[in-house]
Design a protein around this ligand. Structure first.
Ligand code: BDR
Ligand code: CA
Length: 321
């Protein structure tokens, strides 16, 4: 899974999270891949900001990376009333997994300020991947519009472009929670922005069968993954775990994982049944909306990096027409 963009793996990376089960798994992937993580910013999304920040500190500590600074960000959406997703991620956001408390403190600088600082310091080199509502990035954009050309690449986990949503029939969670922020980010003139929506993340699935084969007694990343996903396969009785946020991290490190088309993206922000809906129209510029993914290759590499007992998987665009 290397290609012309694989060098970006060495670029400085900022990860914006609302940790959250799959955010935690995504952090494990980024750490496991040896990504050059400058810092992690947190946002209210799956869980309230205090919980997201605590979880992020504890997950990084579990992964042996409590040296990575964690910057607390927005505690609520720009305009909308905040709604969490604890019905999916459990009350503690980690599916009930009780991690040891990190000895590290959160960093003093606020999340959006850290994004601004990193963009200026690493102008032309920084990759930013957002795994939660886009509130922090919208705030940073409003304060310092020049981040649109300072940041080399933005990768967003968000949107449902040709599929139904996952929080309503129309809307994907990260866009639904803060549609005003999403609209501002999608309308900005970024040098390079890729939207990784449900269209592709619903193709990258970790199966129940693989999850069951992860040894229960494992104190490495595989044990973390097993614990985090347990609620999905037991209480929620799902047959697979969508690798939403891990795929966005994968794309941030290797853009060739997905193919997409440039679009203008409209976001519905009214308090209506279609709030959070993302509608696309073909365009010469604008976000690149991912439409195809090397799903099997990604799941195989995900498994290899995290030490899961996964068999070889074929590569190729499985969803090719
Ligand atoms: C997104 O919503 C959140 O619940 C997940 O963490 C992911 O970022 C998927 O729609
Ligand atoms: Ca998330």
């Amino acid at each position: 899974m290397t290609g012309r963009n694989a060098d970006i793996n060495k670029s400085p990376l900022v990860i914006d999270v609302d940790t959250g089960i799959d955010d935690a798994v995504a952090l494990a992937l980024a750490v496991g891949k040896g990504a050059n993580i400058l810092g992690v910013t947190t946002v209210a999304g799956n869980v309230p900001i205090e919980v997201a920040t605590r979880n992020t500190l504890d997950v990084l500590s579990y992964l042996g990376r409590d040296d990575i600074p964690v910057h607390r960000g927005a505690s609520r959406p720009l305009v909308a009333e905040y709604q969490d997703a604890t019905h999916v991620h459990g009350g503690n956001g980690l599916g009930g997994v009780d991690l040891a408390k990190s000895g590290a403190d959160e960093a003093a600088l606020a999340g959006p300020a850290f994004i601004i600082q990193s963009a200026a310091k690493h102008a032309g080199d920084l990759t930013l991947v957002t795994l939660g509502p886009l509130t922090n990035l919208a705030i940073a954009l409003n304060v310092r519009p020049e981040i649109t050309y300072q940041i080399r690449r933005v990768v967003v986990m968000g949107g449902a472009f040709s599929l139904p949503g996952n929080v309503t029939p129309h809307s994907e969670f990260n866009v639904y929670v803060d549609p005003e922020a999403a609209r501002q980010v999608f309308e900005a003139d970024w040098g390079d922005i890729t939207l990784v929506g449900l269209d592709v993340t619903h193709q990258t699935v970790l199966s129940r069968e693989l999850w069951e084969r992860i040894p229960e007694m494992n104190d490495g990343p595989a044990g973390l993954v097993r614990g985090l996903m347990a609620r999905t396969f037991t209480e929620r009785a799902m047959s697979g775990f969508y690798l939403h946020d891990p795929l966005a991290v994968g794309v941030a490190l290797d853009l060739d994982l997905v193919q997409g088309t440039f679009c203008s993206v409209a976001v519905e922000s009214s308090a209506s049944a279609t709030r959070g809906e993302t509608t696309v129209a073909a365009a010469d510029r604008g976000p690149r909306v991912a439409t195809r993914v090397h799903a099997a290759a990604f799941v195989a590499e995900f498994g290899a990096v995290l030490g899961l007992p996964i068999a070889d998987a074929a590569s190729g665009f499985e969803n090719a027409e």
